[in-house]
Ligand binder design. Sequence first.
Ligand SMILES: [Zn+2]
Length: 161
Amino acid sequence: MVFRVLDATAFYAGIPFASNDSFMTTSMVYEEIQHIKTKQGVLEMLQQTNRLQIRDPSEENIIIVTDASIKTGDNSTISKQDVSIIALALENDIELITDDFAVTNVAKQLKIKTSSLMTEGIRTVGKWIRYCSACGKEFSKQKECPICGSKLNRKLIKKSI
Ligand SMILES: [Zn+2]
């Protein structure tokens, strides 16, 4: 069976729910997507039928990816989840499906094959925003909260269609 690695953006876009392929993700990303409550039953079914495997990369590959992100200047943009998912693709030498520019950038630096949601035939379903987990305020361009100085988190907001 050929597996491909999915990041959170690919789950939000519904890739595993609309495909018969097999996928892999890390426990950190799986945690992150747990709130897609409507898909809870599908996620369980995919795991039971072995079409979705939760695996975590070695510490060694985490370090390789972190070093690569410093080289490309994406280290302040990508999250721990992002690093874990790139490291998983690296470790298993498989394709990574992501719609995140920084993740794609770091993956390319490591010669990991990537595929965007658009090449998967799916239009982006939302827009990325940055927010401060301390103040709860949303920002568009900043990396740090201009109010309290916390590092901003990113989340994908679903477009209402
Ligand atoms: Zn703040």
